[in-house]
Design a protein around this ligand. Structure first.
Ligand code: DQA
Length: 144
């Protein structure tokens, strides 16, 4: 199976960015961990990051027929983007929303996810391990 990991704005700064909230691991560290785990589970992955909302929309649209599932950390666009929500709904590729931090335990504006209603489920609050849980969720929903 093929899983597309998409990472939104400012996640390229992981490791230096508010480590008390997001942890010490860089995005490259997380990618390496996810790659190893996915390989052990017989899955192949593509792992991407962008600061651009439009690029994320393009990648979600392009996933149709190419990937079995998307694991998406939309970062700040989670809370703002109708365009991402519409892209997920339009493409029909099962999508799992993930976050490093527990968005429900943080500022009120982070409690709302504009994409949650079109995702299969949400994983939040487990730090880098949210990506492993996202991988497992992707494997699980496509095996059923
Ligand atoms: C985040 C949570 C978002 O609220 C925030 O804007 C991020 C990262 C997380 O992984 O915890 O950039 O998606």
């Amino acid at each position: 199976m093929k899983i597309l990991f998409l990472n939104g704005p400012n996640l390229n700064l992981l490791g230096q960015r508010e480590p008390q909230v997001y942890g010490e691991a860089t995005l490259a560290d997380i990618e390496a961990m996810v790659r190893k785990h996915a390989c052990d589970r017989g899955a192949t992955i593509d792992f991407r990051q962008t600061n651009s909302e439009g690029e994320l929309v393009g990648w979600i649209q392009g996933a149709r027929g190419m990937f079995d599932a998307i694991v998406l950390n939309a970062a700040a666009y989670t809370h703002t983007s109708v365009a991402l929500r519409d892209a997920i709904a339009a493409t029909g590729v099962p999508t799992i929303e993930i976050h490093l931090s527990n968005i429900h335990a943080r500022e009120e504006f982070r409690h709302t996810s504009r994409i949650a209603g079109v995702c299969r489920g949400q994983i939040a609050g487990f730090g880098a391990y949210s990506y492993i849980l996202g991988t497992e969720a992707a494997i699980n929903i496509t095996e059923i």
